[in-house]
Design a protein around this ligand. Structure first.
Ligand SMILES: [Zn+2]
Length: 171
């Protein structure tokens, strides 16, 4: 084998590291862009989507919101409860015992709202629509949260441990 021919093992460590970083950064940028172009365009300017520690993405207030103030509508496809029972979607929101909204669409800003055991927002049914309203005054920078309910909590949150930071988890 000619002595001047390089194999992959001869690649300097610095070059390899640089390549890895570039790839990671690239994915990071794509990840941010997916959210900013598709979701931020139609975004209510009072809110922003950003990372919530331990919870993935979350919806955060950019402006003060008074108690009782409208937050967002949970939009999606209205499906019969029987279809919802068979669905794998993690974004099902029950309207009543007959109907459910599948909110697994990019347009649904309500899907960014994370669970908290002591939430600052409540979901109210208005006909076949689901609206979120502030339970108390909300300050800029605060994350918007609702209580997902016992069923969802027991199935999806409890097994991993709830990270909402409520006092009851600290005991
Ligand atoms: Zn919790």
């Amino acid at each position: 084998m000619p002595r001047n021919k390089k194999s992959a093992n001869d690649t300097p460590a610095v070059t390899r590291l640089c390549f890895t970083q570039r790839v990671r950064l690239f994915f990071y940028i794509i990840c941010i862009k997916t959210i900013s172009t598709k979701d931020m365009k139609e975004m209510d300017p009072r809110f922003e989507i950003r990372e919530s520690p331990g919870m993935g993405w979350g919806l955060f207030a950019r402006e003060p919101i008074k108690q009782g103030g409208f937050i967002v509508e949970y939009t999606g496809t209205k499906i019969p409860a029987k279809v919802a029972d068979e669905s794998d979607s993690r974004y099902l929101f029950e309207i009543d015992e007959k109907w459910t909204i599948d909110g697994e669409t990019q347009e649904n800003q309500g899907r960014w709202v994370n669970h908290a055991c002591v939430p600052n927002v409540e979901a109210l049914g208005e006909g076949d629509r689901i609206m979120f309203y502030a339970l108390r005054d909300i300050f800029p920078g605060e994350e918007i949260t609702i209580d997902y309910g016992e069923e969802y909590f027991d199935e999806f949150i409890k097994p991993h441990g709830c990270k909402c930071g409520a006092e009851k988890h600290l005991k």
